[in-house]
Design a protein. Structure first.
Length: 314
């Protein structure tokens, strides 16, 4: 997701190795290719898709539509993540949390070759396009493709190594699942879907500062003092909560009450982070990061539940 969600660009999953001189077994190869797709991030991205589809339908869409949309979204996210690993294998090698990815294993122990990873990523993207286009609609397929292209060309190739705003702008790639889900149900992109896109986009967190510094990647927490970073986090947190409330006219008063309570809960921790930094205490930014994941999960749960209830609307 975006910076505050699990859909953070650059998060890590496991890896697999082959002993020196050994042949690559199908099981180890499959495990390594799966690791390149970053499955945990995909799960976090798809958490937002189903509630969006429920809200778009104002009820429960067909199970087949949900299943195909989730599968297509999984393939698209796996494509983007795999190609990202292919491009970033040089900096992944110097960051502790990514140094065991299959593409950057030391010596001749790497299971997946760069060309194999690139081809695999492209095939996943093509499969997503065909699946969504033929079984859902071509707008959903185009949006999934746009997410892949944005993550690869705008974030990974264009922003990541050049600007401290990379994670903020690049996080937009993790917002596309709500657009795909909405388009899958309605065949168009409406204002509520754009609002949900904004909710995810403005969710922020500080993480992995030392790793990015070691790789010379200009993430904001690397190039700016903690006071500036936390001030931006606090500002974005208020914007994020305000955007969640912009959905109230469409989602109903019950959702509004949930969004208001959850927003207040999140802002308390954002202010606490800011206060710790100003006071010179240990900032403990991971507290806000974990709370942001819980916040978005609960918020989209509220979206789903209130969409299914026969009451709570205006």
């Amino acid at each position: 997701m975006t910076q505050a969600t699990g859909a953070l660009p650059g998060q890590e999953t496991g890896s697999a190795y082959a002993p020196p001189g050994s042949r690559r077994s199908a099981r180890v190869m499959a495990k390594s290719l799966l690791a390149l797709t970053k499955p945990r991030i995909i799960v976090e991205l798809l958490i937002t898709t189903v509630p969006t589809m429920l809200l778009a339908r104002r009820g429960l869409p067909a199970a087949e539509l949900i299943a195909v949309t989730l599968l297509g979204g999984t393939l698209a996210a796996g494509s983007a993540n795999t190609i990202n690993c292919y491009i970033d294998r040089d900096i992944d090698a110097v960051m502790r949390r990514t140094s065991r990815r299959p593409l950057v294993a030391k010596g001749n122990r790497a299971v997946v070759k760069p060309t194999e990873a690139l081809v695999f990523g492209i095939l996943l993207g093509a499969a997503s396009t065909v699946l969504l286009g033929t079984l859902v609609n071509w707008l959903a397929a185009a949006l999934a493709d746009a997410a892949i292209l944005f993550y690869v060309f705008v974030y990974t190739l264009g922003l990541k190594r050049r600007t401290a705003s990379n994670i903020v702008i690049g996080g937009a790639a993790g917002c596309f699942p709500v657009l795909v889900g909405w388009a899958a149900v309605t065949g168009r992109v409406s204002l509520p879907a754009i609002v949900l896109f904004g909710v995810i986009f403005f969710a922020l967190a500080m993480k992995f500062r030392k790793d990015y510094a070691a790789a010379n990647v200009p993430m904001l927490p690397v190039v700016a003092p903690a006071t500036e970073v936390t001030a931006k986090i606090l500002g974005y947190s208020y914007v994020m909560v305000a955007v969640t409330l912009a959905l109230v006219p469409y989602a109903g008063w019950l959702y509004g009450a949930c969004a208001l309570g959850l927003g207040a809960w999140f802002l308390v921790e954002a202010h606490a982070l800011r206060a710790r930094v100003v006071a010179g205490d240990a900032p403990a930014p991971m507290r806000l990061f974990h709370r942001s994941i819980a916040y978005l999960t609960l918020l989209f749960t509220a979206v789903a539940v209130t969409a299914l209830l026969p009451w709570g609307r205006w």
